[in-house]
Ligand binder design. Structure first.
Ligand code: NAP
Ligand code: SF4
Length: 684
């Protein structure tokens, strides 16, 4: 097999992304394009009764044009479970439910591999095992060190599970050798302290990985896809160095792998790898660095979310496929839209993690903030309206946009009224925060969707009860209004609103206090400590800030972090005692806290506001009065629903509905707003 497999006749010439849509000949199977839907746990893997939903979820992505799909992780045995009763494939009776998944995917011309993931010391249960008895910093359970016979048993489990996967109709398996799971725990000195044949120098430590590949290949035969997910950048102390990674890749190739996928960063790493603030394709250089050292097709990954990015990576020759998981959760039709030159119609993953990974970590079924149908394909079935109606939607924030476009797609005549001169609502603020540039993509998607569905958009239009009397249904999505604060000096010239700051109407001085440390307080703090172009748009600068070795050669790929000096001195305050930011997203909150800490932001809880005067903001904390000598005090104290119109409409003959922040402002987030707007449209 060659690194640049022979070209098979295709429609790749007819697309703006010819490298992305060139088939990949594996010798015994041909993938129809270079798009690998990466493994992602959805919560549907864990119970056989959810497999019809899992099959529908994957079928939709296969119909959308993905080339090769990799399932979420299944443990090869019970001790390898991620958590009690998580998905596993170790007994024959577990094979049958998988057939509905493989058949559904094959019916749409895609290939599918089952991911085998043994959690090792990341297992969230007391049966966990690992190369050595070392507890992970992110897990309360301490693993048992495997005996030599125990190691043999794990290898045998992988081979048996791979045979079961083949029996279930999978085209292959992906072996999860990265992200700090069991195989990765064997390959690095950080977690492998053994002195038998499975530990010691780099060759001995990688023996476990190589032996699994060899035994799976032997058990499943030559015509079975074997993807190996190699940790090319561990991003932890005591991780692999570049020579070890090359050596491992070559040994995995020799042992019989078909494709090498890229893994970036352990779960316990303290460097973001997939969050929205990570620059697009930031880690593609790692895969490109390996390209000359192996002949196998290489897959690159992390923060590739639009076709131009994917095409550029492939065209540069640094990889043979791109892996995308969340982008296909956000838009199952991503490949078909890209191939047809309709990238502007893609519902782009904004890498927020709010409905996918955060849900999984909270033991909830995954979904997607911008696509609430994700993982609910059998429950939210698109349908045409039986009776087309005239519908007015007032407010073009996320809730109103979702409702208006879905209702119009169902065949209703929809007028969308917006008082300002642009759609987007709170998203218009988010997209201006450094590291949140992706939010603009959602607005681009909705602009296109408005056109496609025929929604009649009326910007700069304030509507009253009387304007709306001819509609069959009225949807009030008027959003929120910032909460005002009341303490002495709240009307002082220093006191300003967060929207004025973010939209540039107020330029803050060098010292600023923020009242309120919710999502918006954190956003405004990031806005104020940065100046100039966002580091998220410049991978080299971003890596320098976070401490990633730009040559990827050091152990773990780590280098000293060099946070750029803050543009301002900022105090982020809340009345609630304790650490600000405790309620931010599970998988991203730590990134926001770490960024602000690196910029020297003073984050204070248990604050009492005494007043604002010409000298600054006076507070009491721990019983002591303090003066913060600030130039500005920015109020980020949450919101109240804007419901004047809704209240005025009571008693109207038409059906009146209220959604989004106008419905409930507390804990407002775009996930709820879009889900609520979409659900209402399905009922209109
Ligand atoms: P929020 O999360 O409700 O936070 C409001 C903050 O204001 C709290 O820290 C609260 O803390 C303080 N506060 C409330 N009433 C106050 C008063 N009367 N006087 C002084 N302080 C007061 O609201 P938000 O920050 O506006 O965010 C709104 C929503 O947008 C969030 O729920 C979030 O879901 C979403 N959002 C999320 C992100 C994200 O990164 N995921 C970013 C932006 C927005 P104390 O009461 O302790 O003082
Ligand atoms: Fe992407 Fe956010 Fe959707 Fe997850 S929830 S797939 S990160 S847009």
């Amino acid at each position: 097999m060659s690194a640049l497999p022979s070209e098979v006749s295709s429609d790749s010439d007819a697309t703006p992304y010819p490298h992305l849509f060139r088939p990949l000949d594996l010798g015994f199977a041909t993938l129809r394009n270079r798009i690998l839907m990466g493994s992602m746990h959805t919560g549907l893997e864990d119970r056989a009764r959810d497999f019809p939903k899992l099959a529908a979820y994957f079928a939709e992505r296969a119909a959308g044009g993905a080339g090769l799909i990799v399932t979420g992780g299944f443990a090869p045995n019970l001790v390898g479970w991620l958590k009690p009763f998580a998905g596993k494939l170790s007994w024959r009776h577990e094979v049958r439910p998988h057939r509905q998944v493989t058949q559904a995917v094959h019916a749409h011309g895609a290939h599918i591999c089952l991911q085998l993931l043994h959690a090792g010391r990341y297992a969230y249960h007391p049966l966990s095992v690992a190369p050595s008895k070392l507890k992970a910093p992110i897990n309360p359970f301490t693993p048992r060190a495997l005996s030599a016979r125990g190691v043999e048993r794990q290898i045998a489990s992988y081979a048996r599970a791979a045979v079961f996967a083949r029996e279930a109709g999978y085209d292959g398996v992906e072996l999860m050798g990265s992200e700090g799971y069991l195989i990765n725990q064997f390959t690095v000195a950080r977690t492998n302290k053994r002195n038998d044949r499975w530990g010691g120098d780099a060759t001995q430590r990688m023996r476990f990985a190589v032996e699994i590949v060899r035994r799976v290949r032997e058990a499943c035969g030559p015509d079975f896809i074997l993807v190996y997910r190699l940790s090319m950048l561990d991003l932890v102390d005591g991780g692999g160095d570049w020579n070890e990674i090359v050596h491992q890749a070559q040994a995995i190739e020799a042992a019989g792998a078909t494709i090498l996928n890229t893994g970036i960063g352990w779960h316990e790493a303290r460097i973001p790898t997939i969050a929205t603030s990570v620059p697009r394709a930031a880690f593609a250089g790692v895969t490109a660095k390996l390209r000359p050292h192996v002949r196998l097709p290489l897959v690159t990954t992390n923060r590739i979310n639009m076709p131009d990015v994917a095409e550029a990576v492939l065209a540069a020759g640094g990889a043979d496929m791109v892996s995308m998981a969340r982008p296909l959760l956000a838009d199952p039709q991503w490949p078909n839209k890209a191939r047809a030159g309709r990238a502007h119609a893609i519902n782009t993953c904004i890498a927020c993690n709010q409905a996918c990974l955060d849900h999984v970590f909270e033991n909830k079924r995954a979904s997607c903030l911008v696509n609430p149908r994700a993982c609910a394909e059998t429950e939210m079935v698109p349908s045409r309206a039986t009776t087309p109606r005239r519908i007015a939607v007032v407010g073009a924030g996320p809730a109103g946009l979702a409702c208006a476009t879905e209702a119009a797609a169902r065949g209703h005549t929809v007028d969308l009224f917006e008082g300002s001169d642009a759609i987007g609502g709170q998203f218009n603020l988010s997209r201006r925060i450094p590291g949140k540039e992706e939010f603009e993509e959602t607005l681009r998607y909705f602009r296109n969707r408005i056109e496609e569905t025929g929604v009649r958009l009326h910007l700069r239009t304030h509507v009253e009860r009387d304007t709306l009397k001819d509609y069959d249904a009225i949807v009030v999505a008027t959003g929120v209004t910032p909460r005002e604060v009341s303490f002495p000096g709240a009307d002082h010239a220093k006191v300003v609103g967060y929207a004025d700051v973010i939209e540039g109407r107020v330029k803050c001085g060098k010292r600023v206090a923020l009242i309120g440390a919710g999502g918006i307080g954190f956003d405004v703090a990031e806005f104020l400590v940065h100046e100039g172009p966002s580091p998220s748009l410049d991978p080299q600068r971003w890596m320098h800030e976070w401490g990633i070795d730009p040559t990827f050669e050091t152990r773990g790929g780590l280098a000293p972090a060099h946070p750029e000096p803050p543009a301002r001195e900022v105090w982020l305050l809340q009345r609630t005692p304790g650490r600000p930011g405790a309620r931010l997203g599970k998988t991203t909150g730590w990134i926001h806290r770490a960024t602000l800490k690196s910029k020297g932001v003073h984050m204070l809880g248990g604050v009492e506001y005494l007043g604002v005067d010409d000298d600054g903001l006076r507070i009491r904390i721990d019983g002591e009065e303090r003066l913060l000598p600030v130039d500005h005090v920015v109020v980020c104290a949450g919101q109240e629903p804007r419901r004047t119109l809704f209240d005025a409409l009571s008693g109207t003959a038409a059906g009146v509905h209220v959604i989004g922040g106008a419905d409930v402002a507390a804990e407002l987030d775009a996930k709820r707003a879009i889900a609520q707007g979409t659900a209402l449209a399905a009922q209109l």
